[in-house]
Design a protein around this ligand. Sequence first.
Ligand code: NAP
Ligand code: GLV
Length: 306
Amino acid sequence: MKITFCCTDIKPGPWIEDLRAALPEAEVSVWQPGDPQADYALVWAPPQQFMDEQPGLKAMFNLGAGVDGLLRLKLPAGAAVVRIEDAGMAVQMAEYVCQAVIRHFREIDAYEAGMARGEWGFRKPRRRSDFPVGVMGLGVLGQRVARALAHFEFPVNGWSRSPRELEGITTYSGAQGFGDFLGASRVLVNLLPLTPDTRDILNADTFSRLLPGAYVINVARGDHLVEQDLIDQIDSGHLAGATLDVFRTEPLPADHAFRRHPRIKLTPHASARTLREDSLAQMIGKLQALARGEPLTGVVESHRGY
Ligand code: NAP
Ligand code: GLV
């Protein structure tokens, strides 16, 4: 079995070493233009040239949960695209979103600013029931985030493409459920895949349907968000602020308006990192399942875009 590694911005050394140790019978190498045909590939943001030169790939393992970058390319016709399912990402995402929601709900910024000014004073406790959280996307990550928020006793709403039942979560689905979902939510968390249906979904119309004083947390993709609409709605007071981990342009330019906005908190696409050991264990398990002719989970359905 020949495995090739073609990942932008990921150091290949440790991945190759671990793959060789786990699959001593496999031939594992870092892809170079002109290389011979491989059977399987580990990919992250590969160039089109890689796809053009590897038409015989049987499967590609994407080193992330989101496959929007890969689906922009023309892919080898017979290659299954397999994405990471959790592998240590879901707990990271739950931590990140809970800290953002709790930081906002408990007014930690205001407390910190007061302490920095030398003050000592309490703010009136807010009612958790006034901060229902809406989670867009109830897949591997969204479900974990929704459960973690419910654990902190926030009322939680969830929205997905097909109907889902989750204990303790009020669920909505499809275009017909979107308005009711938004109208019941004061904090909006985006965990949708980026597809033609979801691009620009965080826009002025969506924000205007949230409860007043709403807060936006985008941890999915930058192209979900219409940036100026967010700034306008925060500046008008309809939105209280936002926490953003993903951007239309990454790295976020040094002079971008988000960087100096007092009500927008930023991190550099770090909310849920790909963990090498966990991800490789999952991929190796799937490679072995493929070799035994067993069906896999996490295979992307290109017509859906995720
Ligand atoms: P997933 O398991 O595929 O879940 C996707 C969810 O979105 C599903 O519930 C799906 O509905 C729903 N959905 C898709 N299209 C929809 C639409 N048009 N309307 C309503 N719901 C829709 O994906 P995941 O593993 O949870 O990951 C989600 C995304 O998180 C990734 O695609 C990636 O962009 C992002 N991500 C970001 C980071 C980071 O560090 N910032 C890290 C990892 C992932 P159904 O349940 O009906 O299928
Ligand atoms: C990261 O953004 C991922 O899709 O895994």
